[in-house]
Design a protein around this ligand. Structure first.
Ligand code: PGA
Length: 262
């Protein structure tokens, strides 16, 4: 059984002091809504902006452990790359994971599959677990291209990775049209794409590796719809944007995940 994974992608929200206050509040709320001991059945990942990573790590309480993730990195280790942050820098701050290839990075900042592949390999070299985002646009979906777009992204982003590398990876299927729109995919739509992705992983790498990789759904996940996504056997967790910023709604989603049968 793959352990469920809930990722809160804060995007460009929260200062360092707001991050510390949020983590304290979440640690208070999560036990009250049933997430105590959640690390056994549910892994919680928090992905603050770079500037709040340290504050979030410092605010962690033993009663509410979480995995610290960054939202991006640059593939070189150091050098003349103004404005960029490298994998060893993130590792040194206490990060264990990193979101890569998010559609906002692809759409607004020009991230391409080839560069995302370099970022994934840099993350793996430095012991950071990549959370790779893939997803089709509305035009792709309407043209019947969903499968070919997401499997194409997967193949290019994972090019030359070994089956062992794959074990350290998480995939997030995030249809672009569902992100921040309030229009989530249906569970059936998400589950169908997850099955396709898992088949590609299992055939392109190794059967067991393909079976062990967790595939998350992301795009307008809320406390209201999270239970249905998480109950699907094809969906191993959720990548949450808007609904992770409020400690009550994020804690509610964690409690839903925790309450589901293993
Ligand atoms: P959303 O964002 O939950 O606000 O739709 C998800 C994401 O971008 O990861």
């Amino acid at each position: 059984m793959r352990r469920r994974l809930i990722v809160g992608n804060w995007k460009m929200h929260k200062t360092a002091s707001e991050a510390a206050a949020f983590v304290h509040r979440l640690a208070e709320l999560a036990p009250a809504v049933g997430a105590t001991g959640s690390t056994e059945r549910v892994e919680v990942v928090l992905a603050p902006p770079f500037t709040a990573l340290h504050a979030a790590a410092q605010a962690a309480a033993p009663s509410f452990p979480f995995t610290l993730a960054a939202q991006n990195l640059f593939w070189e280790e150091h050098g003349a790359f103004t404005g960029e942050v490298s994998a060893p820098m993130l590792k040194d701050l206490g990060c264990q994971a990193v979101i890569l290839g998010h559609s906002e990075r692809r759409q607004l900042f020009g991230d391409r599959d080839e560069g995302i592949n370099k970022k994934i390999r840099a993350a793996l070299r430095h012991g950071l677990r990549p959370i790779l985002c893939v997803g089709e646009s509305l035009a792709d979906r309407e043209a019947g291209l969903t499968e070919s777009v997401v499997t194409g992204q997967l193949a290019k982003c994972l090019d030359s990775l070994s089956a062992d590398d794959l074990l350290k990876l998480t995939i997030a299927y995030e249809p672009v049209w569902a992100i921040g729109t309030g229009r989530a995919a249906t569970v059936a739509q998400a589950a169908a794409v997850h099955e396709t992705l898992r088949t590609v992983l299992a055939t392109g790498w190794k059967r067991e590796a393909g079976q062990q990789v967790r595939i998350l759904y992301g795009g307008s996940v809320t406390p209201e719809n999270a239970g249905a996504f998480l109950a699907s056997p094809q969906i191993d967790g959720a990548l949450i944007g808007g609904a992770c910023l409020d400690p009550h709604s994020f804690a509610t989603i964690l409690a839903l995940a925790q309450a589901l049968p293993a």
